[in-house]
Design a protein around this ligand. Structure first.
Ligand code: ADP
Ligand code: MG
Length: 678
């Protein structure tokens, strides 16, 4: 048995089973031993039947004396009752909806149960306990693994037990120095106690080690890439003082106080000799783009080129249109680049860019392709930063000698997490909305009459000359049974509202552009869309955002969507139509109705979902982690960061023999194109 052997090398696992495991990302024996339990069940409280107490989880064994397949009860649930006894007494065990039990359990069987007894008519009873034949039953602390269809908990545990001898061979990536300095347990011990914990103390020690290890890989990787960024000399300096004022004076509105403040911060970065490396945070609609424009103007005036990368084509083309209008009057040339452009068009843009004839480039991630070359890139801006990965951010920056960097995001990031993700960045926050904005009124409804009222309201708004977004979670019906598709909603609305259009991600770019242009020009009243309009779109005349099947959207997403309206002077509205009512959906609806503050909503989201999901690394373009949880394990994170610093101070290129396993893991985690050459 070797670590890299495939699962099928185990007796009893054929190609079919292997496919099930593959769904969990498990291909080899090594993958399996690094698949850790989700949670554990404490089955150490073994009791005789007479010792059982109400409301206390316990394990007990006994013989089946009576099985009574009861009649139908309530909503057609078939109740099966059993009487279980041991030397000390007997107790009733009840299963609902369990006709199958009559076939698998027989009188005289000896079973072990795990459950919580409850009082019922002054007698103890256990409802729906877990049970096993006593011969197979496990007590102690029982691991509960993540599963997928076709794999049972019992099977998983059996396999894990079988693989115990491999623990000693598992790849240890930590050097002895790291283990000693941080008082970590060894890998074999950690694996043993994560799968089969003997007690809480040993389990916690083991978990600490594995979380530490994951964070160390992450931190060392990030720090190496940052060191890489720092080594490149002075930044693109924009020394002409006050050059931006001309642009600010020409803007159609005065800056808000918050915009003024962050503009000053950015300008002083740009004028300084050190390159700017700044994160600009601000809620949807707070006016980040305006600030970005000022920075662009300043850079171009100082003789540099600027680039702005946006996460979607729609958003990129909107920025492009806006920039053309703002900058052409100053004689600045704006170029546009996306993946879906024709080769000829693309070539022309690339040539002009390399020759320095384009001052400002706007585009999607197409702008980081290798063939894109700038003559003199001095400012790099990433919009809706959280949509891009660390790698993409770095690659964009490498298009210039040592350009100034501004990343913008509407996703509130807690301070602690920002330190990890953007370690050496300065942070600016726009914490104020432009004047005249009335908060969007939000209405949440989960029944047919509410939905009808919503579209009646939509009709009145259209009559007043306003425009409407309707967002659905899906494109077409084949994707799921219980949610309305964009297509379906479109067909329905078109009957009632003549000027309705549909837009979704699977459409050709030219079609999308055409529809967006029409919506912009007010030729379309209702735009039915999938989430693709989530970020950035700006049509101030749109006053209603209808979210169909709102239960399928997370809070952060709904907040972003709602930010598409209320961008002009008109009172705007957001309707959350809940199709499939659940406690969670209603709770989210309530939060949305009560607040329009992105930071508050993010906090509530955190409470509902738990930190793991919301600050999940995936959203921020970082590699996924198995056990580590940024928000919950902050102390471990700090320890790992310090250790990574220590390691890199001693061995900046990770060349030492003892650091090779760690380096290999870093490369594996961050991917091949992650720049590690210092
Ligand atoms: P963000 O990118 O932060 O979501 P935008 O930059 O798209 O926000 O700005 C949203 C809207 O507010 C735009 O229509 C923009 O023209 C307008 N706007 C920006 N700054 C101001 C301001 N100081 N006063 C009035 N309107 C503003
Ligand atoms: Mg924006």
């Amino acid at each position: 048995m070797e670590l890299r052997d495939s699962l099928t090398s185990i007796k009893g696992i054929g190609p079919k089973k292997a496919e099930c495991f593959s769904r969990l990302g498990i291909e080899t024996l090594e993958d399996l031993i690094f698949t850790f339990p989700r949670i554990y069940e404490d089955r150490r409280n073994v009791r005789t039947i007479s010792q059982l107490e109400p409301e206390e989880d316990a394990v007990f064994s006994g013989t089946v004396d009576i099985i009574r397949p009861g009649g139908l009860k309530g909503k057609g649930r078939r109740v099966v009752k059993m009487l279980i006894s041991d030397d000390t007494g007997s107790i009733e065990v009840v299963f609902f909806n369990a006709a199958y039990l009559a076939k698998t359990v027989h009188i005289g069987d000896v079973l072990t149960f795990f459950g919580k007894p409850q009082m019922n008519n002054e007698r103890l009873q256990v409802i729906h306990p877990q049970f096993e034949k006593t011969d197979n039953a496990q007590t102690g602390i029982i691991p509960i693994y993540p599963l997928t269809r076709g794999i049972s908990q019992r099977e998983m545990r059996r396999l894990q037990t079988k693989l115990k001898p491999l623990y000693a061979k598992a790849d240890n990536i930590l050097s002895n120095a790291t283990i000693e300095k941080n008082k970590l347990c060894n890998l074999e011990f950690a694996l043993e106690n994560l799968h089969f914990p003997q007690d809480r103390e040993k389990f916690l020690q083991s978990k600490y080690r594995m979380v530490f290890e994951e964070f160390l890989v992450l931190q060392a990787g990030l720090q190496m890439s940052k060191a890489d960024q720092k080594n490149t000399g002075p930044g693109a300096c924009c020394s002409i003082k006050g050059a931006e004022q001309e642009y600010i004076d020409a803007m159609p509105y005065p800056l808000t106080k918050a915009q003024r403040r962050v503009t000053d911060e950015i300008i002083s970065d740009l004028e300084g000799r050190k390159m700017m490396n700044r994160l600009l945070q601000g809620d949807v609609g707070s006016g980040k783009t305006a600030v970005a424009e000022i920075a662009i103007y300043k850079a171009v005036k100082s003789g540099w080129q600027a680039v702005m990368m946006a996460p979607t084509e729609i958003l990129a083309s909107q920025h492009f249109a806006g920039f053309k209008e703002s900058f052409s009057k100053f004689g600045m040339n704006v170029g546009f680049l996306t993946g879906s452009m024709k080769t000829g068009e693309k070539r022309e843009v690339l040539e002009k860019l390399a020759a320095g004839d384009i001052d400002i480039l706007v585009g999607t991630h197409a702008v980081i392709q290798p063939e894109v070359e700038f003559a003199k890139l001095g400012l790099v801006i990433t919009d809706e930063q959280h949509r891009f990965g660390v790698n993409q951010r770095i690659r964009l920056k490498e298009k210039g000698e040592n350009p100034n960097v501004l990343v913008m995001t509407a996703t509130p990031i807690p301070r602690t997490l920002a330190v990890v993700l953007y370690g050496d960045m300065d942070v600016s926050v726009i914490d104020e909305m432009p004047p005249g904005r009335q908060p969007v009124k939000t209405i949440c409804t989960s029944d047919d009459s509410g939905r009808k009222a919503c579209y009646d309201f939509v009709e009145r708004q259209i009559r007043q000359g306003h425009q409407i977004y309707v967002v659905t979670p899906l494109i077409d019906q084949s994707e799921a049974m219980d949610a309305k598709s964009a297509q379906e909603v479109y067909e329905e609305l078109r009957k009632r509202f003549e000027k309705t259009a549909l837009i979704h991600g699977a459409m050709k770019q030219s079609e999308k552009d055409e529809i967006m242009a029409k919506f912009n020009d007010g030729k379309i009243d209702i735009l039915v869309a999938t989430v693709l309009i989530e970020v950035g779109i700006n049509v101030p005349n749109a006053t209603v955002m209808v979210i169909e099947n709102a239960e399928r959207f997370g809070l952060a997403q709904m907040h972003q969507l709602r930010g598409r309206v209320g961008r002009g002077v008109h009172q705007s509205y957001c309707y959350l139509l809940i199709g499939n009512e659940s406690e969670l959906a209603l709770k989210r609806g309530e939060i949305m109705t009560n607040s329009t503050d992105g930071f508050y909503i993010a906090e509530e989201d955190l409470k509902i979902r738990g930190p793991g999901e919301i600050f999940g690394t995936r959203q921020h373009g970082l590699p996924d982690m198995k056990l580590a949880d940024m928000a919950r394990h902050l102390n471990v994170l700090a320890d790992a960061r310090d250790e990574a610093r220590r390691l890199l101070e001693e061995d900046s290129g990770m060349e030492k023999e003892e650091n090779q396993p760690l380096k290999r893991r870093i490369i594996k985690l961050f991917g091949e194109d992650f720049s590690l050459n210092l």
